[in-house]
Design a protein around this ligand. Structure first.
Ligand code: SF4
Length: 356
């Protein structure tokens, strides 16, 4: 688990005023983006500059600054949207969520859940200039760009590296439709850019809030802003004309799935002006599953057999369970005015944004 001080890292103070280690240029094996063809990432030996920052939220994290070879990647397995592209300016995420499936993603092939996923962050310092160049070369017709699919674009490092303003500007200038999914309240820094981009193309923003339970937040999402602050960000975005949805993810079985918790979360999302609430039940891929089970064994040992039964079929909870959660959340969302029925009724949205 990432060694964040739970009380100090929200939101991360820009480390510009903090002690910054002298940069060291060392050859390290770091991932460099795959080309837009979708070829898998290939770790390469690249001269990376490594830095550490003595600032809240960033202590204990090492940043590897690299100049990536490309930035627009094809969304893996996106059969329904073959033109969909993703941009991940960071690899690794100091939000340090205990259930994060990105720990096992391809930038660390064959390594299972990377223990240093939270504390060794690759920063593609040329992400914005690269994106601008790649968009100038080929903008896929109707192509949608998803930001923050592997890691959170608005993790603490973004306060220092400021990669997102350039990325948003590049997308906005080309009127490329895009979506942002984040747990970071730092997104509000870029409100004007989002608003301008939404005037030119379809823009979707979604904040991720599994529940309002502060115990679960502290235990499982130690590097993130509190759920209530994420909902405040949702409210601010929507009020500014950038409609924002809530991805209720992950719903943690037996800990964050009670009717009371679901109702409280959906109601708070609705009060924050969320234009949609979409639940996603916890999934436990190999690597993450062992890590999560270890946490469960320590803190909720009586739930271990129930989890073994629920996830006996693999990484995902059974369909009946997922349907039950989805049905309940949608029912509540309809009750509070931000559910599927309301959207189907053609509720006019402010601005031109859509939900991720
Ligand atoms: S914010 Fe997202 S990418 Fe970052 S650790 Fe949490 S789940 Fe993973």
């Amino acid at each position: 688990m990432h060694p964040h001080d739970l009380g100090d890292d929200r939101p991360a103070a820009p480390p510009d005023t903090a002690t910054v280690s002298a940069p060291v240029s060392v050859p390290v094996s770091v991932p460099v983006s795959a080309p837009a063809s979708g070829a898998p990432d290939a770790p390469s030996d690249t001269d990376a500059v490594t830095r550490t920052f003595d600032a809240p939220g960033l202590r204990g994290v090492t940043f590897h600054e690299v100049r990536a070879g490309s930035i627009l990647e094809r969304l893996p397995g996106a059969r329904r949207a073959p033109l969909e592209r993703v941009v991940n300016p960071y690899l690794g995420c100091s939000h340090a969520c205990g259930y994060c499936f990105a720990r096992t993603t391809r930038h660390r092939p064959g390594h299972g859940a990377a223990p240093d996923f939270d504390s060794q962050i690759v920063v593609k310092v040329n992400a914005a200039e690269l994106l601008r160049r790649e968009l100038a070369g080929h903008v896929p017709a109707g192509g949608h760009v998803a930001l923050g699919t592997l890691t959170d674009c608005y993790q603490q490092a973004e306060a220092h590296y400021r990669l997102m303003p350039g990325i948003l500007a590049a997308l906005g200038e080309r009127a490329v439709p895009f979506s942002v999914l984040t747990k970071g309240t730092l997104i509000l820094r870029d409100l004007d850019l989002l608003r301008r981009a939404a005037d030119a193309a379809r823009v979707g923003v979604c904040v991720s809030v599994g529940s309002l339970d502060t115990g679960l937040w502290r235990a499982l999402e130690p590097g993130t802003p509190p759920p209530a602050e994420r909902l405040e960000a949702c409210a601010a975005l929507t009020a500014a004309g950038v409609p924002c949805g809530v991805l209720m993810a992950p719903v943690i079985p037996f800990l964050g799935d009670s009717p009371v918790v679901l109702r409280e979360t959906v109601r708070a999302a609705a009060e924050a002006g969320a234009v949609s609430v979409t639940p996603l039940v916890l999934h436990l891929r190999p690597g993450v599953r062992e890590r999560f089970t270890a946490w469960l064994s320590e803190h909720h040992p009586r739930l271990v057999p129930r989890y073994e039964a629920l996830y006996a079929g693999g990484s995902y909870a059974p369909t009946w369970y997922q349907r039950r959660i989805t049905g309940k959340v949608h029912e509540l969302a309809d009750e509070y005015g931000c559910g599927p029925r309301r959207r189907e009724a053609g509720r006019p949205a402010r601005g031109r944004a859509t939900v991720a």
